[in-house]
Structures are given as structure tokens and as C-alpha cells.
Design a protein around this ligand. Structure first.
Ligand code: FAD
Length: 296
């Protein structure tokens, strides 16, 4: 069974992307087509999100299995402690193993809108690090990834406090990290410095989301809380009334971000492609040949 952690040793930089189980019925009907198209792009791995409060959360296993077993993709399945008891987590991990998936991204998750404080606080695993510890103890063959935040997680009091918690996450079993999306590369390098100071030495893939519309910029900022550099806000202002130009400029910006990161030693690029294989195709085809020598 292959571990995606080994990719960082054997074929760095690692190119990956992320999809989510669609909420819209028509998108869900086309998900096999979407996965087949992603399979043809050959990312080093595909991560499949899990929405604790989403009605289609159950589809995550099905989607991950199709990607792994029908499209030949290495899969990293997200699991959240919110919405999962210890027993359900255990069953979920057994199911992943039955489907040949032994890579998981452990996450605490956010509180779904309809969940009360009491339900949220009653979760078995308070932090992602608690889940990492459980997975490592009970499923030692699994590769465990964790999330990290260049802008800091919104609940953390400071960047340093967040980095201290990140150290705990890694000590609890996360052998690789994927970052929250960011638009300002200097934030990513500051995070790497904080990690270095604390002796956290695991590969980190930089999370990049191509922002293809002004509306998407607003949603992305409110969901991720990342800051917007002047270069990007100028660009959004310039193309506010020209959607096609904005789309192109957003993709070009993401490509420039990736190029800079790869030239400055990033371990990997993790693309948030919003279930659009064409975005992965466009961006990877521009950056991969240059940094790996192969078209794919
Ligand atoms: P944690 O690592 O538990 O951290 C949460 C907060 O608690 C932070 O402020 C941290 O500093 C603090 N903390 C951590 N450990 C301790 C400790 N021991 N003591 C005190 N404080 C502590 N959400 C989903 O619902 N589904 C997904 O599929 C999903 N995928 C994601 C993928 C990536 C790459 C990223 C970056 C995020 C993803 N999220 C997903 C969002 C994530 O669930 C939220 O950001 C959530 O608020 C925090 O999750 P975490 O695993 O980082 O939490």
C-alpha cells in the first residue's frame, strides 16, 4: 500500500488537488466524470473533503473509493471530529481501509450552523491532534496529515500559540501538513519560520486557490479569513466589470504564486479547484513541466 508521505521524499515537489462532495444534485450526477477528468491530469494525490454538517457527507467515502479504485488516484480522505463519535471514526477508518485508502487528513472541523454549542462541545476528540493520536495508535499503517494556517487559525490568540498547537499536532502523528489557502506568499514563509524555530520538520504543501471572480474573492476571504495583498485587490478592482478578464487574471495570479513558491523550496502545491478539473489542468500544465521535467 502506498503512502502519500513517501511522495515528498521520492518525487518532491508534490502536486495535489482537492475536491468536495457536491451538494447540487446535477453536480453529484457528474462526479464520476469529474473524477475521471482529474485522473487524466495525474495529480500526485487527490484529497476529498468531508462536511460535518453537509447532507452529502456520506458521499465522501464513495467518491474517495471511485477516485482510488476506478481512476487510479492516490487519495487523502478528510475526517472531522465534529459530527463523528470515536466509534464512528473507527468504523470510518475501517471502511477506508477496505477501499484501499490509508491516508487521512485529520481535522477538528467547524461547527455546522444548526449544531448547538452543547453538541459541538460534546465531541470525543477536542482537537485534530487528539484524532491524530487515536489514528496513529489504532491504525499505525495510515499516513496522517494535518491542516496548518499561514494567517493563523481564527480562534488562536496569536501566531505563536497556533504554532505551538501545530507542534503538538505533528508530535501526535501528523507526518505531513496542508496549508489553508493564502494569497500572500510571505505569510507561508513566516509559518515555515515559526515551524523551524519549534523543530517541526514535516513536509508542507501550500494551499492555493485560483480566485476566478470578484464574488468568489468575497466568499473566500470570509470563509478562510486570509488577507488580500494590494496586488490582488488592485486586480479585482480593475476587472470588476470584466468577468472573463478577472478569471484569467485570477488563474495567472495563482500560477505566479505557485512559481514563486516552487522556486523558493515549497514541498508541494495543493490546489483548491472547486471540482473544476479544467483549473487543475491549466495550472499544473504551466508549472509542472518546469519543476519536474515531465508534462504530468
Ligand atoms: P485544530 O488543529 O484542532 O485547531 C483548532 C483551534 O484549536 C486552533 O485555533 C488551534 O490553535 C487550537 N488548538 C489546537 N490544539 C489545541 C490544544 N491542544 N489546546 C488548545 N488549543 C488547541 N473542515 C471540514 O469540515 N471538512 C473538511 O474536509 C476540511 N478540510 C480542510 C482542509 C484543509 C487543508 C484546511 C486548512 C482546513 C479544512 N477544514 C475542513 C476546515 C477546518 O476544519 C477548520 O479550519 C477548523 O476550524 C479547524 O480544524 P483543525 O483541524 O485545524 O483544528
Amino acid at each position: 500500500m502506498s503512502s502519500i508521505r513517501d511522495l515528498y521524499r521520492d518525487s518532491k515537489p508534490v502536486f495535489s488537488c482537492e475536491i468536495y462532495p457536491p451538494k447540487k444534485e446535477e453536480e453529484l450526477l457528474r462526479i464520476d466524470e469529474t473524477l475521471t477528468a482529474i485522473g487524466k491530469i495525474h495529480p500526485d494525490f487527490l484529497s476529498v473533503t468531508y462536511g460535518a454538517g453537509g447532507s452529502n457527507a456520506g458521499k465522501a467515502v464513495e467518491i474517495a473509493s471511485f477516485a482510488k479504485n476506478k481512476c487510479g488516484l492516490e487519495v487523502l480522505s478528510h475526517i472531522t471530529s465534529v459530527g463523528f463519535s470515536r466509534e464512528r471514526l473507527h468504523e470510518g477508518l475501517l471502511t477506508f481501509r477496505e477501499h484501499g485508502i490509508e491516508n487521512v487528513l485529520v481535522l477538528r472541523g467547524d461547527r455546522p450552523k444548526l449544531m448547538t454549542d452543547e453538541e459541538f462541545n460534546a465531541r470525543d476528540f477536542l482537537h485534530a491532534s487528539d484524532m491524530a493520536e487515536y489514528v496513529q495508535k489504532n491504525f499505525p499503517e495510515f499516513t496522517i496529515a494535518g491542516a496548518c494556517y499561514p494567517d493563523k487559525h481564527f480562534e488562536a490568540k496569536s501566531l505563536d500559540e497556533d504554532a505551538d498547537h501545530l507542534k503538538l499536532k505533528v508530535e501526535s502523528g501528523c507526518s505531513m501538513l496542508i496549508s489553508q489557502l493564502f494569497l500572500d506568499n510571505s505569510l507561508f514563509y513566516s509559518l515555515l519560520e515559526r515551524m523551524d524555530k519549534r523543530g517541526i520538520h514535516v513536509p508542507v504543501s501550500a494551499g492555493i486557490m485560483p480566485i476566478t471572480s470578484v464574488k468568489m474573492l468575497g466568499t473566500t476571504i470570509s470563509l478562510s479569513g486570509t488577507s488580500v495583498p494590494k496586488e490582488f485587490s488592485d486586480l479585482a478592482a480593475r476587472y470588476a466589470d470584466r468577468p472573463e478578464d478577472m478569471k484569467k487574471a485570477g488563474i495567472d495570479y495563482a500560477i505566479r504564486q505557485c512559481q514563486y513558491l516552487l522556486e523558493h523550496g515549497a514541498d508541494g502545491i495543493h490546489l483548491y479547484i472547486m471540482n473544476k478539473p479544467a483549473l487543475a489542468e491549466e495550472i499544473f500544465s504551466q508549472i509542472r513541466p518546469r519543476y519536474t521535467g515531465s508534462r504530468y
